[in-house]
Design a protein around this ligand. Sequence first.
Ligand code: PMP
Length: 438
Amino acid sequence: VKASNPLSFSLQAKMSRPVQARRLEGIEKNIWVEFVKLAATYSKVNLGQGFPDFPAPDFLTEAFTRALGEGSHMLHQYTRGFGHPPLVKVLAQFFEKLLGRDLDPMTNVMVTVGAYQALFCCFQALVDEGDEVIIIEPFFDCYEPMVKMAGGTPVFVPLRPNPPKDGKSMSSADWQLDPAELASKFSERTKAIVLNSPNNPLGKVFSRGELGLIAELCVKHDVLCISDEVYEWLVYDGKQHIRIASLQGMWDRTVIVGSAGKTFSVTGWKVGWVVGPNRLLQHLRTVHQNSVYHCATIAQEAVAQGFQRELMLYGKPESYFVQLPKELQQKRDWLVQSLDGVGMKPVIPEGTYFLVADISQFKSDVPDVPNSDEPYDYRFAKWMVKNKGLAAIPLSAFYSEAHKNNYTNFIRFCFAKEEATLKAANDILQKWKQEKTS
Ligand code: PMP
């Protein structure tokens, strides 16, 4: 008779215990895990995930190299937890200019590990069990799980597409909030609204009128605004990015979220920030100091130098914040042309480096999957990457479960890519067009 092993019993007993915290229930699935893997396996041209494949500006990479150099060995050590002093100082100076108000670098600015951690700090610091948070659809996907992890309830309100006038292409400006519907979402339970302008994935740049409406409702219902402005410099066709914090009654209730990843084309550096009133930021600091506490010093130093350069060149043609949108507008127009050719109707974005395109004319190309409730845009994006080698992201991934099925005729492309990458995408689309017509 084998002696029973007391160890195996105790191990088994341990493993039968539930390990997942309740706050993770229902948020395990993630679009990026699935689609990044698909793109890595099948794509020849990846216009899926949002990152530039062109180099970061020389002045920034040179600043990074200098920070690594002789005499700066302390930049390998911890710096101030709430933000490297040179970076918070220059961010304060920059935003003083943008917002037209005095800012204290130590209390009105905090540096975070990318805009992701900035958002995480906002929700953890400001949202309680039972609070409602209004999210405008389509939305950057992490807002919903972050609200839920904080114990809050997301309340969704969609931008509704209106048909374009005079047979023109649809623009992201044609996607609008219904004012009555928006107003109906505000109640005494509403703690905050998340605004993302310019908006990922549509590229919509909210107009002064639209922002005024949101601001009015925030003031009326005493609601906070988490304003994700990571694409603030990426606006096209002479459009202007308006900061909701500059509207009457909004500074005191708004946290602005920003990202060096988007601003300087260095998404891998993961330097982000929040700007806002101390009465809000003091609570974000509590979350930050008890979670990550600190962000990489060298990356902060280099971003600080990048902002010092931009402050000097503010509004001048040499400014990166002037040059980058110019280059991206050209890339947007190339992609629009390529998509038009094959019959995917693009929604022309006013901002960001994303573009969504209507794929409703391709239903006969994509085989039905029996017994699958997968939306058409998911099936299309998977089919396209496997059969054409072109990666994009289904738009319905940017909607809540309840509204997903109303928006399954679009996919999102990222056009922050080298000319050669966009040309390769064009070649795929042209070949596809020939196959369709032959
Ligand atoms: N907000 C939006 C709207 C984004 O698109 C992204 C990145 N895709 C982020 C926040 C996160 O930015 P970061 O990489 O700086 O964490």
